[in-house]
Write a protein that binds this ligand. Structure first.
Ligand SMILES: *[C@@H]1O[C@H](CO)[C@@H](O)[C@H](O)[C@H]1NC(C)=O
Length: 167
């Protein structure tokens, strides 16, 4: 009887420590609400440690980056206007790199966290290059990719915040 009670106490402690890990992890991140909603919508988060949460965040970022890459290619195929075409071509190059850098970051989580962080930084720089190319004078225009670029940037930035906590 006492063993069973003890088991339940341990299970519930374990449950609470996982719940707290997501809360604690996200509280410290740059985008706490996005961090919380992203991790809680993935069933694997409940059992993940901090390394696992970092990987999940990067996988969600990769999915978003892949759909953005497809959006860029799609826009590029429909665009004839030369300046916009040039901007989109640069974004296609950037996203071509980003969808390689994020998997390299994922592979390095827990093995070489500095390298994981470095790959995540490269991805962030590429996202910013894509976004800022649209505001270059004299052909400044509205970026058609702002929402997706921001989403990718925020997800990768949260992953970096968790990486920092891993040491
Ligand atoms: C985190 O998300 C869950 C489910 O979406 C929500 O119930 C909870 O209030 C959120 N926590 C914080 C700290 O925002």
């Amino acid at each position: 009887m006492t063993r069973i009670v003890l088991l339940f106490v341990l299970l519930s402690l374990n449950y609470h420590s996982h719940a707290d890990l997501i809360a604690d992890t996200c509280k410290k991140s740059e985008y706490p609400d996005l961090c919380n909603s992203t991790l809680r919508s993935d069933p694997r988060s409940a059992k993940a440690d901090a390394k696992g949460l970092t990987r999940i965040m990067l996988e969600v970022a990769l999915t978003k980056a892949s759909t953005t890459f497809n959006q860029v290619k799609n826009l590029l195929s429909k665009t004839t206007e030369p300046v916009l075409k040039r901007c989109l071509a640069i974004c296609a190059d950037m996203y071509d790199s980003i969808v390689e850098e994020i998997p390299k970051a994922i592979q390095n989580v827990g093995l070489d966290n500095n390298e994981a962080n470095h790959q995540a930084d490269l991805a962030l720089t590429d996202v910013d290059t894509c976004e800022s190319i649209f505001s270059e004078e004299p052909n400044k225009r509205k970026s058609p990719l702002t929402a997706n670029n921001n989403a990718v940037r925020h997800l990768v930035a949260i992953a970096e915040d968790i990486l920092v906590s891993l040491g």
